[in-house]
Design a protein around this ligand. Structure first.
Ligand code: ADP
Length: 428
C-alpha cells in the first residue's frame, strides 16, 4: 500500500534511516560490484568508513562514462535470475545506459511514482492519460506502475500521434495527463487550432518532466489545456520518473526529492566539493534502497540547488527546477548559457510565446546565437521595435548579444512526443 506517513519523517529519523541504509549498501556493493571494490581500494577506503550520508563526500563520483565502461551489465549488483526488468536511457548523449530492477526495485519505483502522482493532485479512482513513451525509456512503464499502485485507471497512450491523443482527451475523459512539457505545448496548440474548448475536457492536472522547462511553459500549458501543471524529475540511472515531484499546491517552490530512497547532494561543477543548501551546482545522487542497480554518488550532470522548505507539506528536501545539463551548457564567447535562461527572458515579454529555439553557429572564431521565437497571437512578425526590445532584454539579463528572429505562430517545429531539443548547434 502507498504509505503517506513516510513523507512526514522528521529530519532526525530520516537521517537515521538513510545512515542505516547507506552503510548496508556500501558493504554489499564492495563485495558484489568490482567497479566499487576498485574505487574503494584506489582511494584507500574500507566499506566501514562510510557510516552515514555525511561520509559520502569521502567517495569519488560515479560518472556516466563508468556505466559505459561496464556496459551492459557490469554494474549490476544482483544476478540476472533476480532481475525482473531492464530499461535503458534514451541515449540522448551517446550509447544507452542499461539499468535493471529486482521485484523489490519495481515496488520502490511504484511507490515513488504513486507519491509523485498524489503530490501532483491525482487521486485513487482518477484516470491517467499516460503520454510518456512505453518501451526502453522509463517514462511510460514507470508512470504506469505508480498509477496502478495508487489505484488509478491507466490509459497507456504512449507518445506521438497527436490526433489520437486529442480524441482520448475528449472521449476517455482522463483527469490527469503526463507527458513532456514540450509535448503538452503541442497538445495545447492543437486544441486551439481545432477549436476544442478545453473547459469541456475532464483533464485537471498535468505532470510534466523529462526535459528542462520554466514558468513560461507552465503558464502556456496551464492556460492552453486548462490544467494545473507540476514538475516531475527523474533519470533511468536512479530509477526513472519519480525521483522528485512538485506539489500542486506549492507550485514554484521546488520538487520534493524522495530522500528516503535517493540521497541528493549538490556539488561544485569544477571542484566537486559539496555546496551549501540553496547554492546551484551539479546534482549527485546515491540510491539507498536499490538492489539490482544501486549507485554511489552518481553525477547526473543536471544543474540545480537543494534546500529544506520549512513551510512545506512534507519533510523531504526539495530541489529547484533543472536549469540544464552541464553537458548541454553552451559556452558562448566565454559566457555559460542554458537555453532556460533565454526562456525566462521570453516569458517577461508578452508579445512573445514560449515557442523558441536557439541556433548556434561560428563565424570565424566568433560564436553566434540566434533566437528564433514565435510571437504571441495577433502580433506582426515584422515589428522591428519589438525585435529590438527582445535583443536588448536578452543582452541586459544574460549579458550576451544574440540575434533575434520573430516568427509566426506555429512556424517552429513542435515536439512529437519525446524530448525536444531547443538548441541547434551548427558548430558541431
Ligand atoms: P537520457 O539521459 O538518455 O536523456 P533519461 O531518459 O533517463 O535518459 O533522462 C534523464 C534526464 O532527463 C535527466 O538527467 C535530466 O537531464 C532530464 N530530466 C528529466 N526530468 C526532468 C525535469 N523535470 N526537468 C529537467 N530535466 C529533466
Amino acid at each position: 500500500m502507498y504509505n503517506p506517513n513516510l513523507e512526514q519523517l522528521p529530519l532526525k529519523e530520516m537521517r537515521a534511516l538513510q545512515n542505516a541504509r547507506i552503510s548496508a549498501l556500501v558493504d554489499r556493493l564492495y563485495h558484489t560490484v568490482p567497479f566499487y571494490k576498485k574505487q574503494f581500494d584506489e582511494h584507500g577506503l574500507n566499506p566501514g568508513d562510510i557510516k552515514g550520508v555525511e561520509d559520502l563526500p569521502l567517495l569519488p563520483f560515479t560518472k556516466k562514462s563508468d556505466l559505459r565502461d561496464y556496459y551492459p551489465y557490469g554494474m549490476f549488483a544482483k544476478p540476472m535470475e533476480e532481475v525482473r526488468r531492464i530499461h535503458a536511457s534514451s541515449g540522448t548523449t551517446g550509447k544507452p545506459t542499461v539499468v535493471g530492477y529486482t521485484q523489490n526495485d519495481l515496488e520502490v519505483f511504484d511507490e515513488v511514482v504513486a507519491r509523485s502522482l498524489v503530490c501532483a493532485g491525482a487521486k485513487k479512482g482518477m484516470k491517467l492519460h499516460n503520454a510518456y513513451g512505453y518501451g526502453l525509456f522509463t517514462g511510460g512503464l514507470g508512470m504506469h506502475g505508480g498509477a496502478t499502485k495508487l489505484g488509478m485507471a491507466v490509459i497507456p497512450v504512449s507518445g506521438g500521434m497527436t490526433e489520437r491523443q486529442l480524441t482520448i482527451l475528449q472521449d476517455f475523459a482522463p483527469e490527469v495527463i503526463c507527458c513532456t512539457p514540450s509535448y503538452a505545448q503541442t497538445l495545447a496548440d492543437e486544441c486551439e487550432r481545432r477549436g476544442i474548448d478545453t473547459k469541456d475536457l475532464a483533464v485537471k492536472y498535468a505532470i510534466l518532466g523529462a526535459e528542462p522547462w520554466t514558468e513560461a511553459i507552465r503558464q502556456q500549458v496551464e492556460a492552453g489545456l486548462n490544467v494545473t501543471a507540476t514538475n516531475i524529475y527523474g533519470l533511468s540511472e536512479i530509477i526513472g520518473p519519480g525521483v522528485s515531484q512538485e506539489d500542486f499546491e506549492e507550485k514554484g517552490t521546488g520538487s520534493y526529492v524522495w530522500e528516503d530512497h535517493f540521497f541528493p547532494e549538490v556539488v561544485d561543477r569544477d571542484t566537486g566539493k559539496p555546496l551549501p543548501y540553496g547554492e546551484e551546482g551539479v546534482l549527485v545522487f546515491t540510491t539507498l534502497t536499490k538492489e539490482a542497480f544501486p549507485l554511489l554518488r552518481y553525477w547526473t550532470n543536471d544543474i540545480c540547488s537543494i534546500y529544506y522548505d520549512a513551510n512545506a507539506k512534507r519533510t523531504h528536501i526539495k530541489m529547484s527546477g533543472i536549469k540544464g545539463r552541464s553537458d548541454d551548457m553552451l559556452i558562448i564567447r566565454g559566457v555559460n548559457l542554458f537555453h532556460t535562461q533565454v526562456e525566462e527572458v521570453i516569458q517577461e515579454l508578452d508579445f512573445l510565446s514560449p515557442n523558441y529555439r536557439l541556433i548556434v553557429d561560428r563565424k570565424g572564431t566568433m560564436d553566434t546565437v540566434e533566437v528564433e521565437v514565435e510571437v504571441a497571437k495577433g502580433v506582426a512578425v515584422d515589428r522591428v521595435d519589438l525585435q529590438r526590445d527582445c535583443i536588448e532584454k536578452i543582452k541586459n539579463t544574460i549579458g550576451l548579444s544574440m540575434a533575434v528572429k520573430l516568427k509566426a505562430p506555429g512556424s517552429i517545429p513542435r515536439s512529437q512526443g519525446g524530448k525536444l531539443s531547443r538548441i541547434i548547434d551548427n558548430r558541431k
